[in-house]
Write a protein that binds this ligand. Structure first.
Ligand code: HEM
Length: 531
């Protein structure tokens, strides 16, 4: 202690700069020593200490475009590396290599837990209270498992089939709209019914805001909530910024703004959960309690799960997971599901854009719609109709191939493994770069051409990850069936009623990639009474 005291006493103010300089010097030296002695050096840009690459700090950076550019320079062999936000990431652009970490190996006895987590928690996940609450950002295997076992999508799918007829149709004559906002509000409303059994009235709220009408408190809250979700989706790479950078002026503002939006959205969801708990308690405490009186929506199912009132108890579940979910966990799942409205919106904007740019494709789509709905273009759409819309499905897949909304599917190795022919330690971050694989001429003829018909052809010899819209393995998107139905349903509803044109045919898509690629704005012209 005395020794330390003497040193500290002898330090002059001018020495402080030298100490700081030396600390930084040794930090940088250590960083590059580790970099140049890393296992399996791969091609890729030389990283900058702490952040990896200045590019990722740019607010207007499209990470997807950046990766696509890098994959052309460094990814010829299907694998390269990039240090992003301080973490070395191995970027995979070959389906065969992605398979090594996306799918569990059949011979591996730990096959269910192999590389199951998507990221570590070295960023700000706990600051945003996301590390073990919902599904998407969950970094805790047991929590993630508890929530996923909930058969999220099966329930949502069932409920959606009863609810989609409630979709509101726009009956104005000719309208110019920003598709990103209106589609988002439509699916916010829709998702709200699926999840809570009650509409959010997001379409109505936005309509009043758009017209400058006075809004009720509920409307303002709904619109505010939808905006919070959109903001989160468009800037969620903030979650992965290393903790140490949190107080840097350019970054701090972004983090605080994001936290503010999150807090508003969390508060609204928590209020809904508390209200529903009270409603359920009232029904249960009723002298002639009948379980059928409990709503069958997803929120109620989550609240009564693993309680004596659960109607479909889980089977084959680790007993330690058989406990009721907390409000925060339920809020996490609701939040994830509302976030998915952004993905649906972006995917639909890309689809509408590509259809508008390819009149021959639009013509074929109209023909298919006419064949399926014959002369009754106003009747309710059935699941059978959706199954017949094969060309519509091919368009959706071709757009997802050429311009995926989810380009980066990550996995963090939880033990040493051999991937792409290299031996890797645990805690290595792998990214399946979906756009690179989907557009790779090795797998797709005329890979840069928009040809929906290619999805008619049998793809028996095609690698299963040569096209991946929804990821793969155990963490594959649980909303994929619902998403496909929602996309087809929307396209059928839209194109059987109206024609759609881009306001500016020459303008490229306005994109921004955070964790997924967001369409920032898409002005379209709705032309009514086409048929
Ligand atoms: C066009 C629409 C959609 C696309 C393109 C999409 C795509 C994806 C992708 C690529 C992943 C990552 C999978 C992986 O890591 O292997 C994912 C995860 C996820 N998706 Fe979707 N998704 C869509 C719609 C939905 C919907 C409608 C829901 C639910 C309501 C949903 C809920 C989720 C959840 C909860 C996860 C996280 C799963 C986990 O981490 O375990 N998604 N999605």
């Amino acid at each position: 202690m005395n020794f330390l005291y003497t040193i500290l006493n002898n330090i002059k103010p001018t020495d402080i700069f030298q100490i700081i300089f030396l600390t930084i010097f040794f930090f940088i030296l250590h960083f590059y020593y580790k970099h140049f002695t890393r296992p399996n050096p791969l091609p890729g840009p030389i990283p900058i200490p702490l952040i990896g690459s200045f590019e990722v700090l740019k607010t207007n950076l499209d990470v997807d475009d950046y990766l696509y550019k890098l994959s052309k320079i460094y990814g010829q062999n299907g694998i390269f590396e990039l240090t992003m936000i301080g973490i070395r990431q191995i970027i995979i652009t070959r389906a065969e290599y992605a398979e090594d970490f996306i799918y569990p190996s059949s011979s591996n006895q730990d096959k269910h837990t192999k590389h199951i987590m998507k990221t570590n928690n070295e960023g700000l996940l706990n600051y945003f209270d996301l590390e073990n609450k919902g599904i998407v950002f969950n970094v805790d295997y047991k929590h993630w498992n508890l929530i996923v076992k909930f058969k999220l999508i099966n329930n949502l799918f069932e409920e959606m089939m009863n609810c989609w007829i409630k979709l509101k149709k726009n009956d104005e004559d000719v309208t110019i709209i920003d598709a990103t906002i209106w589609i988002n509000r439509l699916f916010n409303d829709f998702t709200s019914v699926l999840l809570t059994g009650k509409r959010s009235f997001a379409i109505e709220a936005h309509y009043h805001k758009f017209k400058g009408n006075s809004m009720t408190k509920e409307m303002s809250e709904t619109e505010n909530f939808a905006e919070c979700i959109v903001h989160f989706g468009s800037d969620c790479q903030v979650l992965y910024i290393p903790k140490i950078l949190r107080h840097f002026p350019i970054i701090k503002g972004r983090i605080e703004e994001m936290k503010h939006y999150c807090d508003i959205a969390y508060k609204m969801l928590e209020e809904k959960i508390k209200k529903r708990r009270k409603e359920i308690e009232k029904i249960i405490n009723c002298s002639n309690f009948d379980p059928k009186k409990l709503e069958s929506d997803f929120l109620t199912s989550m609240i009564i799960a693993n309680t004596p009132y659960e109607t479909c108890p889980q089977i084959n579940v680790d007993p330690s997971l058989l406990r009721p979910m907390t409000d925060e966990e339920i809020r996490g799942v609701l939040y994830d599901s509302f976030l998915a409205t952004d993905t649906i919106t972006d995917a639909l904007c890309f689809i509408v854009y590509y259809i508008s740019k390819h009149p021959n494709v639009k013509k074929k789509l109209f023909e298919e719609i006419k064949t399926v709905f014959k002369d009754d273009l106003a009747r309710q759409i059935t699941l059978d109709d959706l199954n017949k819309l094969k060309y519509c499905e091919a368009i959706i897949k071709e757009v997802a191939r050429i311009r995926p909304t989810f380009s980066m599917v990550s996995r963090l190795t939880n033990k040493p493994d051999e991937i792409a022919g290299y031996k890797w330690p645990s805690d290595t971050m792998f990214i399946m770069f979906v756009r690179g694989i989907n557009n790779n001429p090795i797998y797709w003829k005329d890979s840069d051409q928009f040809i929906p018909e290619r999805f008619y052809e049998p793809q028996e010899n095609q690698h299963k990850l040569a096209f991946s819209m929804f990821g793969g393995g155990v963490r594959i998107c649980p909303g994929r069936n619902l998403a496909m139905i929602q996309l087809k349903l929307f396209l059928a509803l839209l194109y059987r009623k109206v024609d759609v044109e881009l306001v500016d045919m020459k303008a490229p898509l306005k994109l921004k990639t955070s964790a997924f690629t967001v369409c920032e704005n898409l002005d379209i012209k709705i032309i009514h009474n086409q048929f």
